[in-house]
Design a protein around this ligand. Structure first.
Ligand code: GAR
Length: 210
């Protein structure tokens, strides 16, 4: 049984989707803990109601990113994680933290990487005239919003879209894609080749669309 630790900063709808899929599909894994940098993150309540351990490490209580990340890792490691899943965790992580979880740290980013790393991805996609937008699940490397791509979700950008209407369309696909990607990971189906690209062992559709 593998241990999944999920990091959130807010709503936690991707975390919810992973918790539900893990239970319903009987993965060889359990969500051991949900950890947030904000005590106000509403997703913590969902986790607690589902009998999942929760913890808060408030970044504001630390003088430096290094000090915050050291304490964050100490708390996460208390749950003996096989995989650490960033699900709307809105802190930039230090290289030391990322290296500590090398090969077992996953992120979902709301753009079709390598386009639009960083913030305000949907607004930037609309302003650039993109006809498609989406989200990417990838292994985390020290460079922000980079790292080997496990899966991508693509949706159309429609005339009249606002950043929130586009975000809502992308989020529906995030909730399909992220549980599937975490499941591949805990089933041992994800491998990074010598070419630096992800290979998924089963005949998996790695593009989600809607
Ligand atoms: C999701 O759209 C996720 O892709 C994005 O935050 C949202 C979190 O929603 N992540 C990032 O922007 C990471 N830089 P959720 O809390 O409901 O899962």
């Amino acid at each position: 049984m593998k241990n999944i630790v999920i990091l959130i900063s807010g709503r936690g709808s991707n975390m919810e989707a992973i918790v539900k899929a893990c239970a319903q599909e009987q993965w060889p894994a359990r969500v051991a803990a949900v950890v947030s940098n904000k005590a106000s993150a509403s997703g913590l309540q969902f986790a607690a109601e589902h009998g999942i351990a929760t913890a808060v490490v408030d970044h504001k209580a630390f003088d430096s990113r290094e000090a915050f990340d050291t304490e964050l890792a100490r708390v996460i490691d208390g749950f003996q994680p096989d995989v650490v899943v960033l699900a709307g965790f809105m802190r930039i992580l230090t290289e030391g933290f990322v290296r500590h979880y090398d090969g077992r740290l996953l992120n979902i980013h709301p753009s079709l990487l390598p386009a639009f790393p960083g913030l305000h991805t949907h607004q930037r996609a609309i302003e650039a005239g993109c006809q498609v937008a989406g989200a990417t699940v990838h292994l985390v490397t020290p460079e922000l919003d980079h790292g080997p791509i496990i899966a991508q979700a693509v949706v159309p950008v429609l005339p009249g879209d606002s950043d929130s209407s586009l975000a809502a369309r992308v989020l529906v696909q995030e909730h399909r894609m992220y549980p599937q990607a975490v499941r591949w990971f805990v089933e041992g189906a994800v491998r990074v080749g010598a070419d630096g690209r992800v290979h998924v062992a089963e005949p998996a559709a790695r593009v989600f669309s809607g």
